[in-house]
Write a protein that binds this ligand. Sequence first.
Ligand SMILES: [Zn+2]
Ligand SMILES: [Zn+2]
Ligand SMILES: [Zn+2]
Ligand SMILES: [Zn+2]
Length: 639
Amino acid sequence: MTPMADGRYLRGELKWADPVHPVFLAQEVATGAEKWAWCLAETATKGLGTDERRMLAHLVRRALLAVPPRLGIPWLGAEWVGFEGGTLWWVTDAIPGAVRLDETSVTLDTLERDRWAQRLLLIIEQWHAHGWIHGDVTPRAVFLDEDGRPWLGGMGVARNWLADRLDQDDLTDPTPEGRDRRRMHLPSRDLFALAALLDGLHPPTGPDALTPWRALDPAVRPVNAMQARSAWAFESVPPSLPTWRHLDAIRVALQDLKFARRECPACGDVLEDPKPAKANTCPVCLAGRWSAYQAREGMCPACQTGVLRHRTTSKRRPACPECDRGLLIKTKTGWKCAWCHAQPDTGTLTERELFICEDCDQALAPAADKTWQLGPDGDAWTMREWAELAATGEMGLGNGMCPKCDARGHTENGYFTLLSPLTGSGYERGYSLRALRKDIVPWVAVGQTTANPGLVCRSGDVEFDTTPQGLKLVRAESNPIAEHLGQIHDLGTWHRIARDLPTAEEEDDLEELFNDALRLAYGQGELGLDGEANALCWSGRAVWVKDGHRRSGTLRITPDRIQFRGWLRRHMGLVSQLKGMDFDGERLFVMWRESEADWEFEVTPIRWNLVLPSGRRKLELTASDLARRFAVPERSRPG
Ligand SMILES: [Zn+2]
Ligand SMILES: [Zn+2]
Ligand SMILES: [Zn+2]
Ligand SMILES: [Zn+2]
């Protein structure tokens, strides 16, 4: 057993193997309670620069401090975080009898799946509330307790940064963002991962409540856990058949389709062909000049203005017998320890050293792992880290900043990582905490996230790459266009898609659908020969057939009457007396409710000339259309 955290815990054997965050069994000394000790594995950071490694460890530390454990939230947050022997460690509660989800074959029914979703959303929401992305909602980070309830542990902060920095695909990452390293990382990435996780345990049979969480473009998923929860009740309604009116409106819109040469199909703003930002321009505000910190060792981290002076024991500065670390300073009232502030009567000459600030008298005493501690209850960091803290005011914010917008970041080995801010509307939206190659950063800063030439909307909602075949949509933040991510079309087609209009190839289908819809509207009595006036149902040549005799004439039907005029002969019936009509090829049967025998005709198809908002339209109507319009109601048909 190895003591940790000044003897607060004892660390034992490996509990959960993992290449980035292995977990060890641990025990809290005071209570004997079982704990888990996690670390950022040294092997995972092989090949990185010393400062990069430290930056990454501080990043994980920042995330752990930002999202602490909370009652009622099934998240294995850190109750202690610190460096031991140069490695970042943190200690969480242990789950008795736990199994890790990737080592089980659990399946869920619908009810259980919904419970899991609600439970895990609680944690994801905590992360998002602080501007962080969990980034590893995968079976290897989910632990089941003895009652089979899921707990989330671990995090993707380091995993994702390492995947970017070392350009290594993480095969267990189910998200589209995880497979394509140029894409934005937004909180909705966690929702995609959660939906994928739940689908793995309860395969859906069709579109369901989780489907919108899995939209390809993160910008059209629910934005965060809160929105996802409120959208939970969402039920997809099957689209109804388009009516002729709807299709007519589409045809009108197609005729009216106009757009400027460089118009954004999604929002109407201008599509630009932006030049990458100038080297060393701040990618966040695009105005400030990125500058490296002047982190000078020896600046006081407490007041940030004083200079630290190295002092060792002497007769004028004897050692403090109380804390065994500080040096005593002579004051008006006697000796006082610069480090623990004790006031002993006398000191010793045992060898001690201390850094004391000339301005504020704060003192740093040597501690474990070549670190220096600020006062008995203070933090212990290396002198290099104290210098960083003195220069930046906060630990782990990298080695550079923008004086204009106060963005912070780390540049090393040709990679840039934006460390602050975490949220906003520029580069930081989707690219903070990402290791991006330095030559890519100026492109991403102007919205060209693929770093390929192309068009970007001035309001930032759409990005196209230029390809020989046309414009490839690589980013879109609104539907319907976002559903077509990855497709290549010319700008005209993109405008059609954005307005939910058929493409040129789909227009033939539209015409066919339109004819069907018009015929249906005629059959349902919604449109007449005279269109929407609907005062004439039929008018055309017909042959009256009775007892082997045939007589030619005209059949004319209005909403009230059915008339046949032949040479010397007329027949008239009221529609209100009609039982219904039936047909067989060109033969039409008119059946009456009472007394009268059925009428039988041979009907010549007629031309239906319509004048509609989208223009003139010619269709042919036959006996079958007419018979459908006056069909015998289902229930009164003889069985
Ligand atoms: Zn736009
Ligand atoms: Zn800036
Ligand atoms: Zn002391
Ligand atoms: Zn000071």
